[in-house]
Ligand binder design. Structure first.
Ligand SMILES: NC(=O)c1ccc[n+]([C@@H]2O[C@H](COP(=O)([O-])OP(=O)(O)OC[C@H]3O[C@@H](n4cnc5c(N)ncnc54)[C@H](O)[C@@H]3O)[C@@H](O)[C@H]2O)c1
Ligand SMILES: O=P(O)(O)OC[C@H]1O[C@H](O[C@H]2[C@H](O)[C@@H](O)[C@@H](O)O[C@@H]2CO)[C@H](O)[C@@H](O)[C@@H]1O
Ligand SMILES: [Mn+2]
Length: 441
């Protein structure tokens, strides 16, 4: 069986070790020759690379690892580019979250003003990676994981329409694992789901087991009491902010008793609750810097100092296993049924055809084949039309360097109370993003 070459773009990511461990755990069904790491911050990446080199040599000496900041070295002769970059890193995520809160508005990584700010930075970085991939490995596929996936997906649809890019999100995966746990299943893979929406803005409408038994009633019964929370104290639920998010799904689900919501909808339905429960001086970015970033880089430095990965607490990022499912689907034409962020083109028959929607697809060597969703109800249709307008106006603002359109996008967001607050936030974000955003006219 062919051995694949993979480039991880954003090699210095806190998720890189977990994704590499996951790839090594699936070599049987997805053999790898070389993993290359690429980052524009060589020092950050080198720490991750040196630790992963030791780990690889101890566990799977057959797989080669190479880290580079040189695009040709990093992108030539590869089959897949797994991209998870964070343009501006956590320092800018902190600004994305704190600036809106200063104005009494939701401060979040991918939603509301924070998401638009992040999106205006990410587009340049992701397009650059796409162009490197196409220059040095024109046959390769990009599995893009870089956020904000909704805006990045719209930008790649519009600005790189012929590129081989698959935009993906693991939030539905994470929530489905919680659902499975809550109704006593071993894994989310025992469920067949129908879901539709935009990225971080969607609903499950049908969930069955492989025999066709309807699982929605039992899942809804749990959510109506406990949200998605389990009593297993899972890793994510040990973090207060995630725990609150999973519990809040109960109130979000009350808006439509026949469906199950993506947790991100809480920012759009209860922005007042979110702001009331936010600490404007210590946001999720601070939690992640003090948590995941400190842990991953601490573990990597310890592996390097000891010269062995023996006893490391770094673990497989199981949620990233869907990345292997996706790469296998492309490589072996498996027609795996997966949620992907794809151009609507009538799959949701009463919604904007050019919208990037998150829906079930059959994935094979030609890419995703969207499954038909049909008509969606007025409630979701109206919400999605407003939100997709925000996302499309943001990409137009980027492309046209238009202050006016970005102001319109912010004003259109459900998370922003008025055009004057939108303008105040926009002016602060422009100042903070000097050197990252295109200059707006
Ligand atoms: N799609 C999803 O559901 C999902 C899930 C988890 C994380 N993510 C995304 O994965 C990404 C990584 O997350 P993280 O918390 O590990 O971030 P991180 O800051 O730890 O790592 C990001 C890396 O990207 C690098 N980078 C930034 N700009 C770059 C550029 N232009 N070219 C090359 N490298 C660049 C940084 O130097 C850094 O090493 C983020 O975009 C995050 O939002 C997405
Ligand atoms: O606040 P963070 O950086 O911890 O997480 C923000 C991301 O949250 C989601 O990804 C989760 C995923 O849902 C979960 O299963 C597990 O893998 O952790 C991930 C990161 O915490 C969301 O899908 C991403 O888009 C966010 O960036
Ligand atoms: Mn996501």
């Amino acid at each position: 069986m062919k051995k694949f070459n993979i480039t991880v773009a954003g090699g210095g990511s806190t998720f890189t070790p977990g994704i590499i461990l996951m790839l090594l755990d699936h070599l049987e069904d997805f053999p790898i020759d070389t993993i290359k790491l690429y980052d524009n911050d060589g020092e950050r990446q080198q720490t991750i690379a040196d630790a992963c080199e030791i780990l690889l040599n101890e566990r799977t000496p057959g797989v080669k690892l190479l880290a580079s900041t040189d695009p040709k070295t990093a992108f030539e002769n590869v089959d897949f580019v797994m991209a998870h970059i964070r343009v501006g890193k956590y320092a800018m995520r902190e600004q994305d979250e704190k600036i809106p809160l200063k104005h009494g508005v939701v401060g979040q990584e991918t939603c509301g003003p924070g998401g638009l700010s992040y999106g205006m930075r990410s587009i340049t970085g992701v397009l650059e990676i796409v162009d490197y991939m196409e220059k040095y490995s024109p046959e390769a596929w990009m599995l893009n994981y870089s956020n904000p996936a909704a805006i990045v997906a719209e930008a790649t649809r519009k600005l790189r329409p012929n590129s081989k890019i698959l935009n993906i999100c693991d939030m539905p995966i994470g929530i489905e694992e919680l659902m499975a746990t809550n109704i006593g299943l071993e894994s989310r893979k025992e469920m067949v789901v129908k879901y539709y929406g935009l990225n971080h803005f969607g609903w499950w409408t049908d969930i069955r087991d492989k025999s066709g038994k309807d699982l929605m009633p039992s899942i809804i019964k749990h959510v109506e009491k406990f949200g998605y929370s389990t009593d297993t104290g899972s890793e994510m639920e040990q973090e207060a902010s995630w725990n609150d998010t999973f519990k809040k799904a109960r109130d979000v689900q009350a808006l439509d008793k026949d469906t199950l919501p993506n947790t991100y909808l809480k920012y759009y339905f209860f922005p007042d609750y979110v702001v009331e429960h936010s600490n404007k001086d210590y946001t999720r970015a601070n939690e992640v810097m003090a948590g995941r970033e400190k842990f991953v880089f601490g573990e990597c430095k310890s592996i390097i100092e000891k010269g062995t990965a023996e006893g490391t607490e770094l673990t497989i990022d199981e949620h990233a296993s869907y990345i292997v499912d996706l790469a296998r689907a492309i490589a072996f034409n498996t027609k795996e049924r997966m949620l992907m962020i794809v151009e609507n083109k009538g799959a949701i028959s009463n919604f904007e055809p050019t919208a990037m929607v998150e829906i079930p697809c059959l994935v094979g060597s030609e890419g995703p084949e969207p499954l038909s969703v049909g008509e969606i109800p007025r409630f979701q249709k109206s919400l999605m039309e407003q939100q997709v307008g925000v996302e499309k106006l943001t990409v137009e603002a980027y492309e046209e360097q238009s202050y006016q359109k970005l102001w319109q996008a912010l004003t259109l967001s459900r998370t922003v109370p008025s055009a004057s607050v939108a303008k105040d936030i926009l002016d602060d974000l422009i100042e903070a993003n000097k050197g990252y955003w295109p200059e707006l006219k």
